[in-house]
Design a protein around this ligand. Structure first.
Ligand code: PEP
Length: 260
């Protein structure tokens, strides 16, 4: 069974006091997830160790870096390597978030390098993809997303692709309050799954988790996560509010219940 994940992306928000307070509130809810379910917190670099320590032994809770360098090591002032992230026992890294692609010119080619370094250093990449409003209006979102996957991931062998988590995040829905309808999310997730099947076959593709991101909140998480090809979400704004994110994590637990 593939993993179902509620992933928080705190972006460049919160002081350390605020971050610890938020994490305390979430941990106080004592959410015990099913074995195949996870809550992942992509926190700013300076807080990785603090938040990892705070989570401690809470089962199925993990910490992620929000980025890693595209080079292995050396004279790259200000960068943080995949090896460094692994050396502090962090298990996940976001790669290719649309804000990185847009503001830091991260191309599919650069992201390929990051993916390779993440995997070489035992990090599970959460690979973000998704189209702009213009591309959606031109109805070429399927080809666009397929190309993002092809150019950054399809060099991977079958034994590597199953370490990738894909996050489909339509750019027009990120931080805008506009959410793709659950039908739109399902359509794209089914398309991504089909693209994976064509390249890697049915068996491998059905083990790859595909998360939806774009204005997920407590009020819509369960409906979106209940779609057959949606395996959870990557959540920005709503992950900064403890009660919102607690409800989002708990939505994972309700997905498999016959009556929600
Ligand atoms: C994100 O940043 O990955 C995201 C989905 O943000 P938001 O939930 O705020 O739209």
């Amino acid at each position: 069974m593939r993993k179902q994940i509620a992933a928080a992306n705190w972006k460049m928000n919160l002081t350390i006091e605020e971050a610890e307070q938020l994490m305390n509130e979430i941990l106080e809810a004592k959410i015990f997830l099913e074995p195949q379910q996870q809550a992942v917190f992509a926190v700013p670099f300076p807080y990785l160790i603090n938040i990892k320590n705070k989570i401690g032994e809470q089962p199925n809770f993990f910490v992620a870096a929000q980025n890693c360098a595209s080079e292995k090591s050396g004279a790259y002032t200000g960068e943080t390597s995949a090896q460094m992230i692994n050396s502090i026992n962090i298990n996940y890294v976001l790669i290719g978030h649309s804000e990185r692609r847009e503001y830091y010119n991260e191309t599919n080619e650069i992201l390929t390098k990051k993916i390779n370094l993440a995997l070489a250093n035992n990090l599970n990449p959460i690979f973000c993809c998704g189209e702009s409003l213009k591309i959606r209006e031109g109805n070429s979102q399927n080809e666009f997303v397929q190309n993002q996957l092809k150019e950054s991931l399809f060099h991977l062998a079958a034994g590597e692709i199953n370490k990738i988590i894909i996050a489909y995040e339509p750019i027009w829905a990120i931080g805008t309050g506009l959410t793709a309808s659950s039908l739109q999310a399902q359509e794209m997730h089914a398309h991504i799954r089909k693209v994976l099947v064509d390249k890697y076959g049915e068996e491998i593709s059905k083990t790859i988790s595909i998360l939806y991101g774009g204005s997920v909140k407590a009020a819509n998480a369960l409906e979106i996560f209940s779609q057959p090809d949606v395996d959870g979400g990557l959540v920005g704004g709503a992950s900064l509010n403890a009660q919102e994110f607690i409800t989002i994590i708990k939505s994972l637990k309700k997905i498999n219940c016959p009556i929600n």
